[in-house]
Write a protein that binds this ligand. Structure first.
Ligand code: NAD
Length: 293
């Protein structure tokens, strides 16, 4: 069986690694923070990425952003990698960083898949993520079982970087929709409508969306939404902002007009500037309602 090294055991990486363990893969983990839950689930941690790379055939990264992935890849993974190893980056890092990663690894004989995910922390826990993959199709075919241990839907998106291209388009839309849902709740409250009543109608009507029924920004309406646990262990506003900026950069470079994407980016920036960057992005609802809980 393949031996997997997993780097980045945060809100997403931890449940993804735990699902690989549950499928019987030996998983060696590394994170700059202590992650006792990984060890409790049967994982083994290493003190250095060098040791992880020495033991693993497949290395998965789930890190915050492009600079972190490129830094870890260049100075720690690829510096010790062997020809024939596969590096799967599941982080959201944008197209240029992904293509740089593919090129850096090719120089070392290491195959890369850019394999960002969607489905949130709940999807990572349930193993129901959708994973969109860019890179060599034969390498992708060889990694299907590993990827299906973390997600339930795989989409091959094409050449190097295309997984990231799909992901930032998805997240730009998701970021806009989260704000649309939040504004509707703010308006409903201003009009004296109970949040539960609006939720009931919208969830059964044309505003139905992941942002409403899975990651509802209003606390107490959806049990496993990060808002219902005080906007913790979700998708941080800073990470949402990073993805919105990646989409805006791509839009500028490609000539796509993304007016609402631009406006949404500025709103998340204001929310982060208000000191809410570490909270789940549903906090935008509190920010828009003037409460900033
Ligand atoms: P997170 O901040 O919870 O986890 C990142 C982990 O990486 C942390 O445990 C951190 O300690 C670790 N880390 C940072 N630098 C490191 C380094 N140099 N070496 C080793 N470990 C390091 O973030 P997350 O929410 O798990 O997101 C990870 C990635 O997944 C991001 O790119 C994000 O955009 C993407 N993503 C997140 C969600 C979500 O709902 N949270 C959904 C889809 C995609």
């Amino acid at each position: 069986m393949q031996r997997i090294g997993f780097i980045g055991l945060g809100a997403m990486g931890l449940p993804m690694a735990v699902n690989l363990l549950a499928k019987g893969y030996p998983v060696i983990g590394f994170d700059t923070q202590d992650r006792p839950a990984f060890v409790q689930a049967g994982g083994r941690v290493t003190g250095t990425v060098k040791d992880l790379v020495a033991e693993a055939n497949i290395i998965i990264t789930m890190l915050p952003n492009g600079p972190a992935v490129l830094e870890v890849a260049e100075s720690q993974v690829l510096a010790h990698a062997r020809r024939g190893q596969v590096l799967i980056d599941c982080s959201t890092i944008g197209v240029p960083s992904a293509r740089k990663l593919h090129a850096m690894a090719a120089d070392r004989g290491v195959a890369v898949l850019d394999a960002p995910v969607t489905g949130g922390v709940a999807g990572a826990q349930a193993g129901t993520l959708t994973i969109m993959v860019g890179g060599d199709e034969t390498v992708f075919a060889g990694m299907r079982d590993v990827l299906l241990s973390m997600g339930s839907k795989l989409v091959y998106a094409g050449a190097a970087g295309n997984g990231q291209a799909v992901k930032i388009c998805n997240n730009m839309a998701a970021g806009i929709i989260k704000i649309a849902i939040s504004e509707a709740f703010v308006l409903a409250r201003q009009l004296g409508v109970d949040e539960k009543i609006f939720f009931e109608v919208a969830a059964a009507g044309s505003a139905q969306s992941f942002a409403l029924t899975r990651t509802c920004p209003v606390p107490g309406l959806v049990e496993n939404s990060p808002s219902s646990r005080d906007y913790t262990n979700g998708f941080a506003t800073n990470l949402m902002l990073k993805d919105m900026v990646l989409a805006q950069e791509a839009a500028m470079a490609s000539g796509a007009a993304t007016v609402l994407g631009g406006a949404a980016t500025h709103l998340y920036q204001l929310c982060a500037n208000a000191g809410l960057g570490e909270r789940d992005n549903g906090i935008i609802y509190q920010y828009l309602s003037g409460k900033s809980a």
